[in-house]
Design a protein around this ligand. Structure first.
Ligand code: TRP
Length: 371
């Protein structure tokens, strides 16, 4: 097993290499094209950890494209990954509040509960139970070498690694495989997870065989790489809640204006779009471009010598205008807790039905269906 394991460890690390990334991007573009032709061939699963309110980075990075996939008719499953919150922290924080807040963000952004199934880990026992057979298909050494686990571990400042942190890629494989998703929209950083899910799917097939001879119990999921530009925070650093540099979807227009007015720029009055050399200014230009649907070049040309003040004014107007209908809808949703609770209950119910059916197949393949 050790040779096989070494190869898998390499495959996970390989999944972020330049050559592998190029292949994944090419394949991702093919999938993109196939979705246009026949969206019914695909089932998408993706999700978020409920660790804080969603912000513009999430919105332009992933939320908008999820809404777009839903519009194209791809069956979409969205996981609020509550169990994953405890991988690298002791407490759960104000979890209940955050789950409902993220749900409100999803719906306000345009995810429709009849078309998109939104659910939480903790409400789907059969999903979590897949963790048992799946754990038997991986080794500790390949988990230790998983680039995502390593990155998470380093972020904890070297505190001892919990068993869950070590094995959470296997849990994430269960997230993807329980509903037999064949597409996972991800950023580059999540590619090792996807590779882990593919490994689990393949090994399950090798070890336990099939229920239906023609198809493996678990199809190998593929990545849909997001092309969304990376937005920075208002300080020009990586956008993160703990830095206080984010614009949340649920913030009001005045708070948004205040935060954007304080955004870091540089000493050059003339506004240009030059992400490499002028990351802060270019980030504001990009934000205006994304919010208006115009090109960054066009925005930069319009502002030109009018300077950072004029740029900020444009960004504030553009962001607030773009978010206004979303925020109005969000406020309505938050005021109707009963509705949000019903949406989640319905999503959980659907996820359970699918997870139960999958677990049943797993038991059959594993000869564990006795009665
Ligand atoms: N790991 C993802 C994040 O931190 C959240 C997540 C959990 C996820 N399960 C998933 C994403 C399955 C895609 C597929 O944001």
């Amino acid at each position: 097993m050790s040779t096989q394991t070494d190869q898998v460890g390499d495959a996970l690390a390989e999944s972020t290499s330049a050559a592998s990334l190029a292949r994944t991007m090419e394949r991702s573009a093919q999938i993109e094209a196939q979705i246009e032709v026949d969206p019914s061939r695909f089932r998408i699963l993706t999700g978020d950890r409920p660790t804080g309110n969603l912000h513009l980075g999430h919105y332009f990075g992933t939320l908008k494209s999820r809404v777009e996939l839903q519009r194209k008719g791809v069956e979409t499953w969205i996981l609020i990954a509550d169990y994953q919150v405890i991988t690298d922290r002791d407490g759960v924080g104000p979890l209940r509040e955050r789950v409902f807040s993220i749900l409100a963000d999803y719906l306000a952004a345009g995810l429709h509960p009849e078309e998109t199934t939104i659910f939480t880990h903790s409400a789907v026992p059969a999903l979590n139970q897949l963790m048992l057979p799946f754990l038997a298909l991986v080794t500790d050494s390949e988990l230790r070498r998983n680039p995502t686990v390593k990155a998470e571990y380093e972020a904890t400042g070297g505190r001892p690694m919990s068993g869950l942190l070590l094995t959470y890629p296997v849990h994430q494989a269960a997230d993807i495989l329980f509903c037999k998703a064949n597409i996972v929209p991800v950023g580059k950083d999540q590619l090792p997870h996807l590779e882990q899910a593919r490994v689990v799917a393949r090994r399950f097939d090798e070890r336990y065989g099939r229920v239906d001879p023609g198809t493996p119990v678990f199809p190998a999921p593929e990545a849909l790489l997001s092309e969304a530009p990376l937005l920075l925070g208002t300080d020009g650093q990586k956008m993160s809640k703990s830095r206080g540099n984010t614009i949340e979807l649920g913030m009001d227009a005045d708070t948004t204006a205040k935060l954007l007015k304080k955004a870091v720029t540089d000493a050059d009055r003339r506004i240009t779009y030059d992400p490499e050399n002028r990351p802060e200014v270019s980030n504001l230009v990009m934000l205006a471009a994304l919010s208006t649907g115009r090109s960054p070049q066009d925005i930069a040309d319009e502002i030109g010598d009018a300077g950072a003040g004029a740029l900020k004014k444009l960004v504030i107007e553009a962001v607030n205008e773009h978010l206004a209908p979303i925020r109005a809808r969000r406020a309505e949703l938050v005021a109707d807790h009963g509705y949000l609770a019903r949406v989640l209950a319905r999503g959980n119910e659907r996820a359970n039905a699918v997870a139960d059916a999958t677990l049943d197949e797993v038991r059959t393949a594993m000869q564990m269906k006795y009665v």
